[in-house]
Design a protein around this ligand. Structure first.
Ligand code: NAD
Length: 492
């Protein structure tokens, strides 16, 4: 058995970008302080990468991409499968880095590593699906399509699942034959930088680069680099639209966006109230990400006849969540990720109160954790929320659940669809006709019937409306990193 890594030892080191398969400082020489939401102290100084570093990464990636695309897809897949093994071998260290850097519980981050390894293996095995088709357009000629990689692609990711996204989101573009410039979140960059070092031992130099910087400069460098013609973004809708604008100013780019949500869980009177309560709490992703999850069902739409019963059970379950140091393996919910997230969450609770909502539980730092360091916010339940309140329409991206009551099915659908977002949705009923009727009526890209929160490897995930474009975690993601070429072989 390997010994558990020591936090002080894994932080006592120099941090570098990964460019052309080698550790690199920022071209500018600048560094920035990386603050832990757990200690509220600077735990590392990171190269402050910007567009110049993205440019250097692209220069290294271009020849690497030219060679990588000629490697047969199943051989590329074999190397990507090897990344899964390397990730798992280093799970303790990577999970600990995410715990101290992002405030996410270390036990939950082990699960994130496992999910990322699973995603790497999914795509590692799909290389042979990078196929085209033949089209019987004429009797005498051969018409066929082939799939080709873009070349150098950009992957920009957020802070809520740092290593899970860093590792899981490079799999599809790599197997499709692209070189990847990965831009991790500036508030939790450590696991991605460490992962880059580890993966450099497996991948040909330049096939993967990791560039981070303080603020938007590195991300904008990716969006605005003319040679990066395919960008996969995960983050807020405001940044997603900024990337579309930046990208459009320098070229014609293929940009997919996995953005935010204000997702509805709808429970009808014929649903089991205990199961609904369990689904509502699981759906918030309090555990692992302190509610900071795009798919969180942060609007709980309850039929008026079951609201009191379900909410009592929800409070019991929320009160039982073990909140504490993310470094403690027994902890289920840690801190929120940044001071900005902390302030935003408390601001939204205040706005909800001012608009007339009642705080049933939570509402601020949890008892016993208010005085020490650490950006803790208790799981918070609001009731008396009306659909027109800001708390019912805007994404908090924190541990805040807003309960809204409805009187009939049409009203529930109207409330659920009455927001700008459309990522996930959850319907609870024992009537299969109602389940289908409501699910088909909802504006959302990913739905559960009598379920919540879970993702399933290989099942397409993504949103509609302001929640984004494109689908990931599935064959479609792999194919989205290719472009179709048509050949007409004139035989007649
Ligand atoms: P964010 O948009 O602030 O940042 C995301 C990434 O974009 C970071 O790496 C950041 O440095 C970079 N960035 C910032 N400005 C940029 C710019 N102008 N150009 C290019 N890159 C730029 O998001 P966040 O606060 O890190 O994450 C929270 C958001 O992410 C929430 O809205 C959440 O719902 C969403 N999210 C969506 C999914 C999904 O799959 N749909 C998953 C997780 C998170």
């Amino acid at each position: 058995m390997t010994e558990a890594p020591n936090l002080a030892a894994i932080l006592d080191r120099e941090w570098s970008l990964l460019i052309g398969g080698r550790p690199a400082p920022a071209r500018s020489g600048r560094r920035f302080g990386d603050e832990s939401p757990v200690t509220e102290e600077i735990i590392a100084t990171i190269p402050d990468g910007d567009a110049a570093d993205v440019g250097a990464a692209v220069e290294a990636a271009r020849p690497a991409a030219a060679a990588w695309r000629r490697v047969p897809p199943r051989e590329r897949g074999a190397l990507v499968g090897e990344l899964a093994r390397v990730l798992e071998e280093n799970a303790d260290e990577l999970a600990l880095l995410d715990a101290i850097d992002g405030g996410h519980p270390v036990t939950g981050m082990h699960l994130d590593v496992a999910i990322a390894a699973d995603m790497l293996r999914l795509f590692a095995g799909l290389g042979i699906e990078l196929k085209g088709s033949t089209i019987p357009a004429t009797a005498q000629n051969l018409h066929l399509t082939v799939r080709e990689p873009f070349g150098v692609v950009g992957r920009i990711i957020p802070f809520n699942h740092p290593v899970m996204f860093a590792a899981g989101k490079i799999a599809a573009p790599l197997v499709a034959g692209n070189a990847v410039i990965l831009k991790p979140p500036e508030s939790a960059p450590l696991s991605a930088l460490r992962m880059g070092e580890l993966f450099a031992g497996v991948l040909p130099p330049g096939v993967l680069s990791v560039v981070v910087g303080d603020g938007p400069a590195a991300g904008r460098g990716v969006a605005r680099h003319p040679a990066i013609r395919r960008i996969g973004f995960i983050g807020s809708d405001a940044t997603g639209r900024a990337i579309q604008r930046d990208a459009a100013e320098v070229g014609v780019k293929d940009v997919t966006l996995e953005l935010g949500g204000k997702n509805a869980l709808i429970a009808f009177p014929d649903a089991d109230p205990e199961a609904v309560a369990a689904g509502a709490v699981a759906g918030m992703n309090f555990a692992r990400s302190a509610g900071q999850s795009c798919g969180s069902t942060s609007r709980l739409l309850l039929h008026e006849s079951i609201a009191d019963d379900v909410l009592d059970r929800v409070v019991d379950r929320m009160s039982a969540i073990r909140i504490g140091s993310p470094l403690d393996p027994a902890t289920q919910m840690g801190t929120v990720a940044t001071r900005a997230q902390y302030d935003k969450t408390l601001r939204y609770i205040g706005i909800a109160r001012d608009e007339g909502a009642q705080v049933v539980t939570g509402g601020g730092p949890p008892a016993g954790l208010a005085d020490g360091p650490g950006l803790f916010v208790a799981p918070t339940l609001l009731r008396g929320v009306r659909p027109d309140m800001r708390i019912a329409r805007e994404e908090v991206f924190g541990p805040v659940l807003a309960a809204i009551t409805f009187t009939d099915e049409d009203e529930a659908i109207m409330i659920a669809n009455g927001v700008d977002y459309g990522l996930t949705g959850s319907v609870w009923t024992s009537d299969i006709r109602r389940a289908h009727r409501v699910a088909f009526a909802l504006d959302a890209g990913y739905l559960w019937i009598n379920g919540s929160a879970a993702h399933f490897t290989g099942v397409p995930f993504g949103g509609v409306k302001r929640s984004g474009t494109g689908r990931e975690e599935s064959l479609g993601e792999l194919l989205s990193y290719t472009q179709l070429k048509t050949l007409n072989i004139m035989l007649g």
